[in-house]
Design a protein around this ligand. Structure first.
Ligand SMILES: [Fe+2]
Ligand SMILES: [Fe+2]
Length: 192
């Protein structure tokens, strides 16, 4: 892991502690797999990693409520854009990249507002949303989401397999598709 990503993470963590502390596991898992996908698919990790680390920092500044509510979705992206910019500027990240990353943060959940095209047009956003979805199938993400969505194991598997994401926003890369299948198989086998 490049030092700069650890530095971004150190500055982002307090926001997650204030927002949704369960996101700390989420981001730590996601950083690891985002690096793996970047390497295999030759993606620009200088954009993907900061996006992964910073995408939900905005929950620190919105009321604690059901994060699936649309107004909160919008508010956390708006607040996140500002916080992401501040953190990256503090670390003297390249200005042009700060602009791109903070834009990504400001639209990262736009699928919830009915926009699926942005993920198809941009490989970084596409890979990001794949990983954000795959989290639900991981060892820590699966039980965390079962709790939030109030589903048992069987219902949770069904929810994932029938998720509109798979149709509306197909996996952006071969590697993310394979990762999804691998984790889902593990959950199906009950390897939690
Ligand atoms: Fe989000
Ligand atoms: Fe996320």
């Amino acid at each position: 892991m490049k030092k700069i990503y650890q530095q971004i993470w150190e500055l982002a963590k307090p926001y997650y502690q204030k927002g949704r502390p369960m996101d700390i596991d989420h981001i730590e898992w996601m950083m690891k797999d985002a690096l793996l996908v970047s390497e295999k698919e030759k993606l620009d990790d200088t954009l993907l990693l900061p996006l992964v680390i910073l995408h939900d920092v905005g929950y620190a500044e919105v009321p604690q409520d059901n994060p699936y509510k649309l107004n909160l979705r919008k508010a956390h992206m708006k607040a996140g854009k500002k916080i992401a910019k501040e953190i990256l500027e503090k670390l003297n990240y390249p200005q042009d990249k700060i602009k791109t990353i903070s834009y990504y943060v400001s639209v990262h959940d736009n699928w919830a507002l009915g926009d699926n095209d942005i993920y198809k047009k941009d490989i970084i956003l596409g890979t990001f949303t794949d990983l954000d979805f795959i989290w639900m199938t991981t060892k820590k993400g699966f039980p965390a989401l079962m709790k939030i969505l109030k589903k048992n194991k069987k219902e949770m598997i069904k929810y994932i397999e029938n998720n509109e994401k798979l149709v509306e926003r197909p996996f952006a890369t071969k590697t993310t598709k394979e990762l999804f299948q691998k984790y889902l198989q593990q959950r199906k086998k009950g390897l939690i």
